[in-house]
Write a protein that binds this ligand. Structure first.
Ligand SMILES: Cc1cc2nc3c(=O)[nH]c(=O)nc-3n(C[C@H](O)[C@H](O)[C@H](O)COP(=O)(O)OP(=O)(O)OC[C@H]3O[C@@H](n4cnc5c(N)ncnc54)[C@H](O)[C@@H]3O)c2cc1C
Length: 237
């Protein structure tokens, strides 16, 4: 059952020109599973207020003493409230929420993800990295430009230190200068070339609904088994 609790801001980390992470210390420990999300309430007195109360995925492992969320900042009043937060400011959350999670008995997993959909993947991969699990992880991560690849610094470190992590970046709006980066959208051909063992993997399709829908169509096209798909839409995009 989700519980309401207060969290105190300790750090803000810009990830891209439009994406920022916010780290908080919770008043009470929050037991969540990697992949879950919370509701951040700037209007706790009116839980139905969808403009000031929003769902955000955890972008940190449950093994950390802080919790982190990461938002693509827009001109919305919620984003403005986030932007104005200062160290030691307190906000209310309700957590944990959501059933699209990772559990250690998944031995091979894959993410076909774009843009801000990376947040639950970070929570899951950080958890696997920090607990030393030998889970085989494949991340295919699509963005328009190199500047928009959130968490690239940390993903590159994980990739260099964990031989079970395969991380593939693909760019849709420009030719990558980096030779390890692919060009183009995640489609049937890319998955067959880069992830031929997809039938053995639990596949996570999470993020803005348009991207998730496209990935579902690709997965249908290549005949992914329904029971291997874990799908979460970031409703609100
Ligand atoms: C499970 C889940 C996890 C998410 N994780 C993240 C995350 O990690 N990072 C992140 O940036 N975003 C995440 N989101 C999306 C986030 O909750 C916001 O909806 C999104 O960031 C847009 O908010 P905004 O304030 O920028 O835009 P707004 O301008 O407030 O909203 C954009 C449009 O969406 C509509 N809308 C907003 N909320 C809803 C709603 N609940 N239902 C239907 N329509 C709505 C608005 O009316 C408006 O037209 C997640 C959403 C869900 C459901």
């Amino acid at each position: 059952m989700p519980k309401e609790t207060k969290i105190r801001l300790i750090e803000r980390i810009p990830r891209t020109p439009t994406i920022e992470s916010f780290r908080f210390i919770p008043e009470h420990k929050i037991d969540f599973l990697p992949g879950q999300f919370l509701e951040l309430r700037f209007s706790p007195q009116d839980p139905r207020d969808r403009s000031l109360n929003k769902y955000l995925s955890f972008s940190s492992s449950p093994t950390r003493e802080y919790i982190e969320v990461t938002k693509r900042l827009s001109s919305s009043s919620f984003s403005q409230r986030l932007r104005s937060l200062k160290t030691d400011d307190e906000v209310t959350i309700s957590a944990p929420l959501g059933g699209v999670v990772f559990t250690p008995h998944y031995k091979k997993i894959g993410f076909f993800i774009g843009g801000i959909g990376i947040t639950p993947a970070i929570s899951i991969m950080e958890y696997i990295y920090e607990t030393g699990l030998d889970t085989d992880v494949l991340l295919i991560y699509s963005n328009r430009t190199p500047e928009e690849i959130a968490f690239k610094d940390i993903l590159d470190i994980w990739k260099a230190h964990n031989k079970n992590f395969t991380i593939i970046y693909t760019l849709t709006d420009c030719q990558p200068e980096d030779s390890t980066c692919l060009s183009g959208r995640i489609d049937k051909d890319m998955i067959l070339r880069q992830a031929a063992d997809y039938p053995d993997r639990i596949i996570y399709l999470v993020g803005p609904p348009a991207m998730v829908k496209t990935m579902q169509e690709v997965c249908n096209d290549i005949g992914c088994a329904e029971h291997n798909l874990k799908i979460e839409n970031f409703i609100g995009y």
